[in-house]
Write a protein that binds this ligand. Structure first.
Ligand code: SF4
Length: 246
């Protein structure tokens, strides 16, 4: 995908935002701006990279609020068989063989910087947006499922059945592949993905979403002070999703 250029207006906006980011409101106290979504009439650029930090120590095994919120947000209706159900986000249980420690963590598309799903897609339907969000263009996905085989996180699913009551902002289609899109329709309006919002509303605060390129965003500030890891970091895909407490 071609990266879109930054318009002068966009540059001014970012410059002003950057200036705001470090205003001193009192000696030693900085007022940090929150990460801003782009204005609706301006292009997505690589000056932002959206990411998510998941604190597994705050994520309880009995809770699936994030999964439920995703299901509602994207209209992921029940499939006739569980093995063909859509799973944009799923809870996975892990057990450390050495310590016996058990973890329960949400796994979703990791929004890789170097997405193998996009590399193998023969039509360009799988692509990474300039701001790091990995998407599927439903109009040109031919349902070959190469991307599902290439994804090391098993983050994608294929739509086998006819769909009803679709959400206009989250198009799906029988015979195409899909995966978490970071709720791009919400992100572009300056909102958090539905899973993050649900986790916060449930009082767990296990998920933080924000701009990894903004040193003052909540997620960047947290990543400066906690140890985090990427799933299968050995594959060097540099995912946008990081985990804390693993
Ligand atoms: S996690 Fe899978 S679907 Fe998401 S960008 Fe990486 S390879 Fe593609």
């Amino acid at each position: 995908m071609n990266e879109e250029t930054t318009t002068p207006n966009r540059r001014d906006f970012l410059k002003n935002a950057a200036a705001l980011a470090g205003i001193t409101v009192a000696p030693g106290i900085l007022l940090y701006s929150v990460s801003q979504a782009k204005p609706a009439d301006q292009s997505v650029t690589s000056e932002q990279r959206w990411g998510m930090l998941i604190d597994v120590t705050q994520c309880t095994s009995g809770c699936d609020e994030c999964v439920k919120a995703c299901t509602v947000e994207h209209g992921l209706t029940e499939a006739t068989r569980p093995e063909i159900a859509a799973h944009w986000i799923r809870k996975v249980g892990l057990r450390d063989k050495q310590t016996g420690q058990e973890y329960s963590l949400p796994v979703l598309c990791q929004h890789c910087e170097h997405p193998p799903c996009a590399d193998v897609c023969p039509t360009g339907a799988s692509f990474k947006r300039a701001d790091g969000i990995v998407l599927v263009d439903k109009h040109i996905c031919i349902g070959c499922r190469y991307c599902m085989m290439a994804c090391p996180y098993k983050a994608r699913s294929f739509i086998h059945e006819t769909l009803e009551n679709q959400k206009p902002y989250s198009p799906r289609g029988k015979g195409t592949v899909e995966s978490c899109n970071f709720c791009v329709h919400r992100v572009d309006k300056g909102k958090n993905p539905a899973c993050v919002e649900a986790c916060q509303q449930a009082g767990h605060e296990a998920m933080i979403f924000g701009d990894l390129n903004d040193p003052y965003s909540k997620i960047s500030e947290k990543l400066k002070i906690v140890k985090s890891t990427a799933l299968r970091a050995d594959m060097r895909l540099n995912p946008g999703v990081r985990y804390q407490g693993l």
